[in-house]
Design a protein around this ligand. Structure first.
Ligand SMILES: C[S@@+](CC[C@H](N)C(=O)[O-])C[C@H]1O[C@@H](n2cnc3c(N)ncnc32)[C@H](O)[C@@H]1O
Length: 247
C-alpha cells in the first residue's frame, strides 16, 4: 500500500484496492507518505555527511528508488546498510533490488524482537558497534503498540551503539486532525490498527540522544531542501520526523 501511495509499481491488486479505500477515507495519506519518504532521504544524507558509514534501516519497505544505500553511497560509497523488514514480500524484492550491491544486506526480522535483530548474522557480521551507527526507524514505530513497548525496543537496539550514533525516527500522528475527524467513525476505523502518537509520546523515544536542529517536527519542516513550507500549506500531513545523536 505504501508503495502505491508513493506512486511505485511494486504492488498488487489487493494492495491497490485497500490503499484506494484508505485514500477515500483520509486523502492526506498521500502527502504524508511522500513527506515521510523525502524526510528519510534528507535524514540519511545528514547522518552520512556527519561521518556515519553504517546504517541499520528497520521497516525498510518495498524498495523505492532512491533507497537508503543509494542516497548514502552518493556521499560515501563505502557506507554499509543492513535492511530489516518483517514482511516476506519485502524480503523477495530486497533480493532483487537491495542486496545486489556489495555492502548492502537484508534480514527478515521483526522490530518487536530487538535482541534477535542484534544477534542476526546480517547485523553481527556487517555492523561494527565500536563505531557510530545510524538506526533508522522510519514510519515503522506506529505499527508497534504501547503494550509492545516501543521505548524498550529502542533502548535495547541502541544500547550497544557507540556514542555519536544517530537515531532517525518518523512517526504517524493525529495531532493535525481536528477532534471531529478523529472522532469520525470511518476515520477511526482506517487508523485503528495504527498506534498514531502525539508529539509528547514520541519525544521520549529519543531518551539518551540529543535531537539535532530543528528537533522533532512535522516531516516537511525537518531541514527542507528549499525554503520551509508555510505551516498552513502542510494541510493534514500527519508525520513527525527527528534525528538524535547518542550522548
Ligand atoms: C510505511 S513502510 C516504511 C518504509 C520506509 N521505512 C519508509 O519510510 O519509506 C513500513 C514498513 O515497516 C514494515 N513493518 C511493519 N511492522 C514491522 C515490524 N514489526 N517489524 C519490522 N518491520 C515492520 C512493513 O512491512 C513496511 O515495509
Amino acid at each position: 500500500m505504501y508503495d502505491y501511495y508513493l506512486g511505485g509499481k511494486d504492488n498488487y491488486e489487493i494492495d491497490r484496492e485497500a490503499a484506494e479505500r484508505i485514500i477515500g477515507q483520509s486523502p492526506d495519506i498521500l502527502d504524508s507518505a511522500r513527506a515521510n519518504r523525502a524526510f528519510l532521504l534528507r535524514a540519511v544524507r545528514t547522518v552520512v555527511a556527519s561521518g556515519i558509514r553504517q546504517i541499520i534501516d528497520i521497516g525498510t519497505g518495498i524498495p523505492t528508488s532512491p533507497n537508503t544505500h543509494e542516497v548514502a553511497r552518493e556521499i560515501a560509497p563505502d557506507t554499509r546498510v543492513v535492511y530489516i523488514d518483517n514482511d516476506p514480500i519485502v524480503a523477495a524484492h530486497a533480493d532483487a533490488k537491495l542486496t545486489s550491491t556489495p555492502g548492502t544486506h537484508f534480514a527478515l526480522a521483526d522490530t518487536r524482537g530487538p535482541a534477535e535483530i542484534l544477534a542476526h548474522p546480517a547485523v553481527r557480521d556487517n555492523i561494527d558497534f565500536t563505531e557510530p551507527v545510524a538506526l533508522l526507524l522510519v514510519a515503522v514505530l506506529h505499527f508497534v503498540s504501547d503494550a509492545e513497548d516501543p521505548a524498550g525496543i529502542i533502548a535495547t537496539l541502541t544500547e550497544p551503539m557507540a556514542s555519536a550514533s544517530h537515531l532517525v525516527i518518523s512517526h504517524g500522528t493525529l495531532d493535525f486532525h481536528g477532534p471531529d475527524e478523529v472522532a469520525d467513525e470511518v476515520y477511526r476505523k482506517s487508523t485503528a490498527e495504527l498506534s498514531l502518537r502525539r508529539h509528547a509520546e514520541i519525544l521520549p523515544f529519543f531518551d539518551g540522544f540529543t535531537l539535532l536542529e530543528p528537533g522533532l517536527v512535522r516531516a516537511p519542516l525537518w531541514r527542507p531542501d528549499g525554503p520551509p513550507p508555510e505551516a498552513g500549506a502542510l494541510g493534514h500531513v500527519g508525520i513527525y520526523g527527528g534525528v538524535g545523536r547518542k550522548d
